[in-house]
Design a protein around this ligand. Structure first.
Ligand code: SF4
Length: 330
């Protein structure tokens, strides 16, 4: 069952050239469609600048959308009024890349975790008798905070400390606790482990998987790191220049990639048992000046004449595996 359906989404914004002061249109997300199933971890993968974070921000209504639909539980969230948007934002929470900048250094952890409860004090998410949060006693609020800290593997004593008194991994646990405290159904984690040491990354990944299993959460995990994605994702969508070029379950993407860009990303993953052939060369083209034809043709080792003129569509194989490349028609 889908929890989120994105249909023909386009996100654009303008930037000013630093040299001539001319305005340019950045086409960050281009006619992108995607279904997210309830209870899955779907990874959005690709190099920096491919539109992953813009997609996440559009879903969270943090950036304006040019056209398309984002349907959550059957309702287009682009049509929500401010009250409906508040309820949507309770259901969908974000965890950001840098736990050093995403937590206010001047606030104690207890206050950081209490803040979303205060902002959403009219919600009844913690009571079966529809009591709003502002009707809860101080002791009840502290109990909610204690429980959420325990859920992410931290002791209640954390409440009285400041962010600088924690390691990077512990801070990311606190950021996850802040996302969980409003009992969301859907979490978007935007590069949540890339600022952490490799030894700590596994702990945060295990925590996210455990939360997904225990609370039937749906997680969109955004990352450029295929090694990390392999360990967490049920499905993977590969993005290039604002489009999905391949999507499938994690096994299919790793064992039988169908798009040259996916193959190049996998080749770039360091492995002890294999010599690496670097087949991904050149930089990603500017989203202010998208190439004609297949958007990947300027870097593709398999590029054919047709690829410079025509744009391939996502072709579906078995099991929901799909890729947009003319090679699959040969
Ligand atoms: Fe490469 Fe052509 Fe396939 Fe694009 S359509 S990925 S350029 S082979």
């Amino acid at each position: 069952m889908s929890i989120l359906e994105i249909k023909n989404l386009n996100v654009e914004y303008t930037t000013k050239s630093t040299v001539l002061g001319k305005e340019k249109t950045v086409r960050a997300v281009n006619d992108l469609s995607l279904d997210v199933k309830k209870g899955e971890i779907i990874a959005i993968a690709g190099e920096s600048g491919c539109g992953k974070s813009t997609l996440a921000n559009a879903i969270a209504r943090l950036t304006p959308v040019k056209s398309g639909e984002i349907i959550f539980h059957g309702i287009n969230i682009l049509d929500l009024n401010s009250k409906q948007l508040k309820i949507y934002r309770q259901s969908l929470q974000m965890v950001f890349q840098n736990p050093y900048s995403s937590l206010n250094p001047k606030m104690k952890i207890g206050d950081i975790l209490k803040e979303p409860l205060i902002i959403n004090n009219d919600l009844c998410i913690y009571s079966e008798d529809y009591r709003a949060l502002h009707e809860f006693s101080k002791g009840e609020i502290e109990e909610i905070i204690r429980q959420v800290l325990e859920t992410v593997g931290l002791d209640k004593s954390a409440m009285d400390l400041y962010p600088h008194e924690f390691s990077g991994g512990q801070r990311q646990r606190i950021a996850i606790a802040r996302a969980l405290i409003l009992k969301p159904e859907f979490i978007i984690a935007d590069e949540p482990v890339s600022a952490l040491d490799v030894s700590i990354q596994a702990q945060i990944i295990n925590l996210l998987v455990q939360l997904k299993n225990n609370y039937n959460l749906t997680i969109m995990f955004i990352s450029h790191d295929m090694n990390v994605i392999r360990h967490i994702a049920d499905r993977i969508a590969i993005m290039y220049l604002g489009q999905i070029v391949e999507i499938g379950n994690t096994d299919n993407i790793f064992k039988n990639p169908k798009h040259p860009y996916t193959k190049a990303l996998l080749e770039a993953v360091p492995r002890f048992d294999k010599k690496q052939d670097t087949i991904l060369t050149g930089d990603i083209p500017s989203p202010t000046n998208l190439p004609d034809g297949c958007k990947f043709h300027t870097r593709c080792v398999n590029c054919m004449d047709r690829c410079t003129k025509e744009e391939p569509e996502l072709k579906i194989f078995h099991g929901g595996h799909a890729a947009a490349c003319f090679l699959n028609e040969l």
